[in-house]
Design a protein around this ligand. Structure first.
Ligand SMILES: *[C@@H]1O[C@H](CO)[C@@H](O)[C@H](O)[C@H]1NC(C)=O
Ligand SMILES: *[C@@H]1O[C@H](CO)[C@@H](O)[C@H](O)[C@H]1NC(C)=O
Length: 324
């Protein structure tokens, strides 16, 4: 009796050691990114220590966790040589997976927002067992469906509001506003985020336009949760002063390109001419100022001289400061 008791004890200890000492290990990518409506892969493989030859998998359970402590919801299971009825849209990533295949990766065929979160992969083999938790981050790209104004036609010098709607994104993103010179107006706007039944976010942003400070163009842009610009739409306010046909716009852009340097050069030449004229005039008046009858002129020329001297002394100032 005693000897059989000892044998049972030794057998139990051996079994526990075999499991505890970790002859196998499940290794997964810590974080997997999945795209809404596409296939997602949760990559996990079973690693065995070198003294394990020809391992067989007895059981695999893939569970979706709703909280870290909970039991989880079985989405894919293999037990005693056969697959449990898997949840629709979940399967082993390896096309003809069997108990000899150590790649136990899970494939989600049509990723939904509800698939976002933690998964537990439990593996039992004839050489030990292990389990691990891995995460799927679901992303969906935002697009802007519409930008419109209230009232529909913006009347100059009255208040109006621009509305921008974006849909189909995950996780929550933001809508930002810019004018045609790329100045940001987001601080003046208000955004609302709603989650539809499929879990995707619908963003709506309202930008009040104040009378007398309305630009010709506004750009509504949507950014994803990590700050990537995903879509944008331009809204033209059609304020009369800015109503130009595309040809007129390009021709005016062209003329402004040509005219701007001409204006600069022209004003430089005029400036130089004026300076010459003034120099000549002041020399003349200086000569004339000796005549007592030209008192009025003298005042003018003195004033001009003062200005000239003042200007010169200003120029000297920084040098004086440097010397002191
Ligand atoms: C596991 O299988 C999937 C699907 O065939 C494959 O994409 C992945 O690279 C495999 N992983 C490893 C580590 O072999
Ligand atoms: C945000 O967009 C960037 C650039 O398009 C992309 O690399 C990133 O994965 C996106 N992030 C999310 C959370 O969607």
């Amino acid at each position: 009796m005693a000897s059989s008791g000892i044998i049972v004890f030794i057998f139990t200890v051996l079994c526990i050691c075999a499991v505890k000492s970790g002859f196998i290990k499940v290794e997964c990518k810590a974080e997997n990114v999945g795209h809404y409506g596409q296939q997602s892969l949760l990559e996990c493989v079973v690693k065995t220590s070198s003294d394990v030859t020809d391992p067989n998998i007895r059981m695999v359970a893939w569970k979706k966790l709703t909280s870290p402590e909970d039991e989880g919801d079985l989405v894919l299971g293999f037990n005693r040589g056969k697959l449990d009825e898997p949840k629709r849209g979940y399967r082993f990533a390896e096309p003809s997976w069997n108990e000899k295949n150590m790649n136990v990766s899970l494939l989600i065929t049509n990723t939904a927002v509800a698939d976002n979160g933690d998964y537990k992969c439990i593996v039992i083999t004839d050489s030990g067992d292990d389990s691990i938790v891995t995460t799927l981050k679901v992303q969906a790209k935002y697009s802007i469906s519409t930008v419109y104004s209230i009232p529909k036609k913006i009347v100059p010098n009255t208040d109006s509001t621009l509305v921008c709607e974006s849909h189909g994104g995950y996780p929550q993103g933001t809508i930002r506003w810019f004018d045609e010179e790329n100045h940001e107006w987001t601080k003046s706007s208000e955004m609302e985020a709603k989650q539809s039944d499929d879990g995707l976010f619908q963003l709506t942003s309202r930008l009040p336009l104040l009378r007398a400070s309305t630009f010709q163009k506004y750009i509504c842009a949507v950014f994803n949760a990590s700050g990537g610009r995903e879509d944008e739409k331009t809204f033209e306010t059609n304020i009369p002063s800015s109503r130009e046909s595309p040809e007129e716009q390009t021709s005016s852009a062209y003329t402004s390109k040509v005219v701007a340097p001409l204006v600069v050069i022209g004003s430089l030449i005029i400036g130089l001419l004026l300076l010459l004229l003034y120099k000549r005039q002041s020399q003349k008046t200086r000569r004339n100022s000796t005549a007592p009858l030209m008192g009025g002129h003298r005042h003018v020329s003195e004033a001009l001289q003062d200005v000239e001297e003042g200007y010169n002394s200003h120029e000297d100032e920084p040098i004086n400061q440097d010397q002191s």
